[in-house]
Ligand binder design. Structure first.
Ligand SMILES: [Fe+2]
Length: 347
């Protein structure tokens, strides 16, 4: 994917570059086999956006984190120079301002921001909670949802109309001193540009940021338990993202809506709980994360199977991230850790 971007001035006029800091996550657990859970809302808010982004899990394909920024300071622009970003907005609303135009966002939105996109965010308030992924390959719609021409097929759980592209392109023709904070290989660099980064009069192409609301995801249901791929939202190199949304339960007269115990031998399973009552888990709060490592079984908590019988629908809202390769756990994650979660199947 590429885009041609029409700047008024060369985007190459740099007067200063300096290395600001090493943001590489500090690893707490290098090799993990325990089921874990974190209380995401226990993450303390930070004053500014870059500082607020805390990586909790990572491997060579992606980094997964949470952010609770009170604001995005207006004295800089931000650019992730080696990872596509997915921002899932759990709390807060605002406007993503990019060189392609602006995207208004609110609760439940996924923002997909390709690497190299220079952006700022105007948050509407200081109460913001974001789940993010930094993906070292592109984040795209699953290939099986598309035909040879790229059109979304009718069995896809969403359609083209659900994607919100940048609009209200504002061209800023200003000369001065503009600070772009760019991240690459974990290092944050400060670039000083002579011309405003949003001096763009137009663009053409297929590489651009966009938004998709989880509330526009149409659930696929069946008479018996549907496998996780029906929930798939995005795919990346070495991981998938799924949206669990309010939906009818399995409607076979003898169905048991809770999933069966399973060994996810192909991936780690990380679930971020957004809202509603998550049917297969006990004692789960909004913003909580569970990680069920690949290669060992997991499944409904005690009582969840019985509780699900006869239920017709669920209000659960959650985002699942399944990395194919094992995740390392950061020190920041361990600060949010729920002690002994792996023992929570004991009765
Ligand atoms: Fe699972």
């Amino acid at each position: 994917m590429s885009s041609l971007i029409y700047h008024l001035h060369p985007p190459t006029v740099v007067s200063m570059v300096k290395q600001i800091e090493d943001l590489s996550p500090k690893i707490g657990i290098e090799k993990n086999m325990r089921a874990m859970s974190l209380k995401g809302f226990s993450l303390e808010p930070s004053e500014d956006y870059i500082d607020s982004r805390k990586v909790l899990f990572l491997n060579n394909d992606l980094q997964i984190g949470l952010a609770a920024p009170r604001a995005f300071s207006k004295d800089y622009f931000y650019r992730n120079s080696d990872a596509d970003e997915m921002l899932f907005i759990h709390v807060g609303s605002g406007t993503l301002k990019t060189m392609y135009g602006q995207i208004a966002f609110a609760y439940g939105d996924y923002l997909i921001i390709p690497r190299g996109t220079t952006y700022q965010i105007d948050f509407d308030s200081d109460d913001n909670r974001i789940l993010f992924i930094e993906s070292f390959g592109p984040i795209v719609t699953p290939k099986r949802y598309r035909n040879n021409f790229g059109q979304l097929l009718e069995h896809a759980p969403y359609c083209e109309r659900d994607f919100r592209l940048p609009e209200n392109l504002i061209t800023t023709d200003e000369k001065g001193s503009f600070k772009v904070m760019a991240k690459k290989q974990g290092i944050l660099w400060e670039y000083t540009l002579l011309y405003h980064p949003f001096d763009v009069v137009g663009w053409d192409g297929f590489n651009y940021p966009y938004a998709f609301s989880i509330f526009d995801f149409e659930p696929i249901t069946g008479r018996i338990h549907q496998p996780p791929p029906v929930h798939q939202q995005w795919e990346g190199n070495g991981f998938v993202v799924c949206s669990f949304v309010p939906r009818l339960y399995d409607y076979h007269p003898l169905s048991i809506p809770a999933p069966y115990h399973h060994s996810n031998i192909d991936s780690e399973e990380l679930i971020y709980y957004v809202d509603g009552d998550f049917m297969s888990r006990n004692n789960i709060e909004k913003g909580q994360i569970t990680l069920h490592p690949g290669g060992i079984p997991h499944g409904p908590h005690p009582g969840a199977i019985e509780r699900s019988i006869g239920k017709e629908k669920t209000d659960e809202l959650a985002v699942m991230i399944d990395p194919f390769r094992p995740l390392k756990i950061t020190e920041a994650a361990l600060k949010l850790n729920v002690e002994d979660y792996y023992k929570s199947w004991l009765t």
